[in-house]
Design a protein around this ligand. Sequence first.
Ligand SMILES: Nc1ncnc2c1ncn2[C@@H]1O[C@H](COP(=O)(O)OP(=O)(O)O)[C@@H](O)[C@H]1O
Ligand SMILES: Cc1ncc(C[n+]2csc(CCOP(=O)(O)OP(=O)(O)O)c2C)c(N)n1
Ligand SMILES: [Mg+2]
Length: 317
Amino acid sequence: MSNEFDLIARIRARVEAADADPAVLVGIGDDAAVMLPEPGMALVTTTDTLVADRHFRSDWPADDVGHLALAANLSDLAAMGATARWALLSLTLPDADEAWLDAFLDGFLALASRSGLRLVGGNIASGPLNLGVTLIGQADPARVVRRGQASPDQRILVTGSLGDAAAALELQEAAPESLRRRLRRPEPRLRAGEVLAACAASMIDISDGLLADLRHLLPPGLGATLELAALPTSPALRQAFRHDERRWNLQVAGGNDYELLLTVAADRVDGCRQALAELALDVVDIGRVTRESAIVCRTPDGDVFEADRIGWDHFER
Ligand SMILES: Nc1ncnc2c1ncn2[C@@H]1O[C@H](COP(=O)(O)OP(=O)(O)O)[C@@H](O)[C@H]1O
Ligand SMILES: Cc1ncc(C[n+]2csc(CCOP(=O)(O)OP(=O)(O)O)c2C)c(N)n1
Ligand SMILES: [Mg+2]
């Protein structure tokens, strides 16, 4: 049976098997990690914890959990227009299960490596399964995109498609594989975030739900109109939820989409989409920022749709 230091040695061996990062002066193994930031670049840091049976189910494959823990955090860097550099990983584990840790690292390190991210440290404690990730990224200080900066008449754009993860959560074992993957292995929109940072007035990633996260883009007193017919919808979601209102509820309030939501001046939308198209990426225009403080969802018939809720809140229910 492993002890705490065996597990750390296991993580360290995996990280050091990859090419060295010359900007890391001290990595895993000392009291703290030491990195050399790139001159002139701003450091961008974020942290999110994933808790068993709150953010994921403990019976999920560990490599999916490793991917998800990192993806949820990378999504926050993407929403700032930042690139990923370094990670810290705080593991609270019920026991020293080497096979579980190895599989977790498979998912975590594969996504780290293709995101240009190096694991430089962390912590291990025993207790109920809980995964804390802290990321350090970098961005051109002139290009960082904030929440709360939307202005009236700006267009509201979103990447990818909405509602798949929430549908998978609702359908549980009955969920088709493509929806299930959106819940367990979301793809953080890092490259799109970097490009969109050049044209977005305000940007956020959708973790809690479209309506809840859109609120964070709007300064006090402003609102929005959203066209439900314009919401990007995967074929699998449309097939699994044929009833419009059930599907719209998942799309506007389900959460865990990890898509980017942004506002853009109307005359910059085309340029923005062109820049993305060069990377074979796309955004969809789903509505407009208004001077009324409410967020109004319109059906294809022009009626107002009242969603059952606006999104996820850890202390609701
Ligand atoms: N315990 C905390 N201490 C300090 N700041 C916090 C804490 N929890 C959340 N925040 C900050 O509150 C803001 C909103 O957090 P959150 O809704 O979790 O953002 P996100 O959806 O991007 O993870 C972020 O700036 C975050 O850093
Ligand atoms: C087992 C399970 N139950 C419920 C959910 C739904 N869920 C949990 S947390 C969450 C919102 C995002 O999590 P949060 O910790 O608020 O992330 P942040 O906004 O800080 O990025 C959602 C939709 C889930 N993903 N897994
Ligand atoms: Mg958070």
